[in-house]
Design a protein around this ligand. Sequence first.
Ligand code: GDP
Ligand code: MG
Ligand code: K
Length: 304
Amino acid sequence: MTQENRNFRAGFVALIGRPNVGKSTIMNHILGTKLSIVSPKPQTTRMRILGVKHDKDAQIIFLDTPGVQKGKDLLTKVVMESAVGSMEEADVIVLIIEADKGWTKEDEQILENYIKKLNKPTILVINKIDKMKDKRMLLPLIEESAKKYDFKEIIPMSAIKGENIDRFVETLKQYLPPSPPLFPEDQITDLPLRFYLAEIIREKIFQNTRQELPYSAAVEVESIQEGEKNKNLVIINATIYVEKENHKGIIIGKKGQMLKKIGQQAREELQQILGKKVHLNLWVKVKPRWKEDIRLLKMLGYQY
Ligand code: GDP
Ligand code: MG
Ligand code: K
């Protein structure tokens, strides 16, 4: 074993925080790819997405969790279980709060109900410092945070501007156990391609529709096939499930305009990801209470 190998570290990091604090943005910035979908609406992330950062001296495996949330339906329960599971699996927990909002009641609850109970090395990230009107408020917020818990480090950050991300990565490495790499170097996620592509399509629905609709939409990629004659072509068939008839109307839009726009945007991005020409066939189906359907949830990848 060389000196370099002996110093290598590898382990799991859970990014925890209420919806919209910037978990996906942080992970994507670190990985340099758009692995986790980002949107201005809360709860865009439903699945546990594993992203692997490969460095010379370490391998950091991120668990990008859905925001810790409340709700009675089965979907919420499954989502919560995966967030808790991530924390239990992790070597290091990262709690993220927002600089401009300070400690909210929900942040406090996550700290009390999960983090204090798990008692693992925890780093606090104070994200979105670019949104702070008065930068002098940062120091008091750091002091307030230090009193709440024995955080290993408190790191102010602007994920969107990339500020302090490098310092964050270096800090994380210090808390990972010595270990050989756990994943091959060319692998950046364990998320099956089918689910990843479905997430891209779902992101386009989010970005184009408003109000309560996106939360009731799910996407299933049914098949990914190579063109019979043209090997540079990929044919993707996907179904968008919604809970209500009027939601179907919104997604399809006047004269099918909305569905066309969603399809076009998704197709362009899928082509980039796959490096091939894509034919995307999208259907919209009404499935009342799909969030309660265990079989469908499994099919959509919400349960492992
Ligand atoms: P998640 O729900 O915790 O995964 O949050 P996302 O990563 O999806 O981010 C939610 C929203 O916050 C998106 O609109 C991001 O662009 C935005 N955001 C994330 N980080 C920052 C930041 O450092 N500064 C600002 N101004 N916005 C951010
Ligand atoms: Mg997210
Ligand atoms: K979000």
